[in-house]
Write a protein that binds this ligand. Structure first.
Ligand code: 5HY
Length: 243
């Protein structure tokens, strides 16, 4: 089985962290193919970044389809381009936010999200609403660290996230914590021990869900809502999307 894991931003160090997290949980027979767009934002921290990054996601999905990938994972907590990617693909396409929400909802009555910047809280709230998960989420908390600042923080970052997670546990009624950034993919074990709750990283959750769907012989429904895009010419820099 080949699973494509796409980091929608262009930061190679973050792509490596995401790759390691995916490979750590993949079955022995699963090949993880990680990638990130050549063009696009170095990090995704708002609606504008998401919109630009979504085009890169779609280009990577097209490439993954051509390379025979069985499933595709969008490893950014905003799940940029998810539905458009599902129109392109026959295999499962899984966003790490949606994956993490569903896994967390199986473990507790109410989970909390701990993400990066306060300005991205609304993105997580929109996803919770769109995925029908609002009733399962007690709060979206932020550590107010830029996405690319996560890498160099070490234990300081653990403490910042743990503080929010403990407050969510003690004051919001959270029974589990969802990590709201692909750049936090290497932190669940340390945080779970520190906080005493299940801590879910969407990269790992998405890999296991993708494996399960592929092993069940299930892929994206191509009837109706997520049918392949209609054939039409595209012009200019998007000419290669045309058919
Ligand atoms: C992510 N941004 O997972 C999101 C996290 C966020 O570049 N990768 C990014 O803070 O929205």
């Amino acid at each position: 089985m080949k699973i494509q894991v796409i980091n929608p931003n262009t930061n190679l160090a973050m792509t490596t962290r995401i790759r390691r997290a995916a490979e750590a949980v993949a079955r022995p027979g699963t090949q993880i193919l990680t990638c990130c767009p050549d063009d696009g934002p170095a990090s995704i921290e708002g609606h504008f970044d998401e919109a630009i990054a979504a085009v890169g996601v779609l280009e990577e999905v097209r490439r993954g389809i051509a390379e025979g990938c069985d499933a595709h994972i969008i490893a950014c907590f905003g799940d940029p381009g998810l539905l458009a990617a599902r129109e392109l693909a026959r295999g499962p396409v899984i966003g790490i936010a949606e994956a993490a929400f569903h896994v967390a909802s199986l473990l507790c009555m109410r989970f909390a999200v701990v993400t990066t910047l306060s300005r991205t809280r609304i993105i997580a709230e929109h996803l919770l609403r769109n995925y029908g998960m609002t009733g399962h989420c007690t709060s979206v908390r932020c550590v107010d660290v830029p996405v690319l600042g996560l890498e160099d923080m070490g234990d300081e970052l653990i403490e910042l996230i743990a503080r929010q997670a403990i407050d969510a546990r003690d004051h919001d009624g959270a029974g589990a914590i969802v990590l709201g950034c692909g750049g936090m993919a290497d932190l669940p074990a340390k945080l779970s021990e520190r906080v005493g709750l299940p801590v879910i990283d969407g990269v790992a959750a998405a890999v296991k869900l993708a494996e399960a769907l592929c092993e069940l012989g299930l892929g994206t429904s191509k009837h109706g809502d997520l049918a392949y895009p209609l054939a039409k010419p595209f012009t200019g820099r998007f000419k290669h999307f045309g058919n």
